[in-house]
Design a protein around this ligand. Sequence first.
Ligand SMILES: [Zn+2]
Ligand SMILES: [Zn+2]
Length: 150
Amino acid sequence: MIILLLCMGLIIGIVCMEFLSYIIHRFIMHGFLWNIHKTHHKHGKNFFELNDVFSLFFALVSMCLSIVGYTNGDYFLFGIGFGIIIYGFLYFFIHDILIHKRVKISVRTKNRYIQHIIHAHKIHHSMIDKFPSQSFGLLWVPYKYRKNRG
Ligand SMILES: [Zn+2]
Ligand SMILES: [Zn+2]
């Protein structure tokens, strides 16, 4: 039962984060918090961007949920918190390392799904302003943003 609750929490945490990050990116980051998010679209020479506060915020939320879940024996909540942590690592690996190469390590992949993600995010970055913009998600790539539509 514990494993089931944990797995359900994990899956819900990851799926909800993709949904939430789409909503937050589209309506908040490209909305009233554009001044923070624009540091990612108009990136300077510094390693850190003010936009990193969003990652910090979710790291904090995920740690709080995990700790509260664990200390109360609530494995579902622990799973959600841990799912957000996994999503954060996936996001960092795909978005910050594979796409933006913030960490200078050479990772090459011909994986079709990863190519779709990279292509879709490059479409997002082809527009450097708040509006117009498109392709806000990361892991879920709508058909119209897929590379070669495959
Ligand atoms: Zn953006
Ligand atoms: Zn980006």
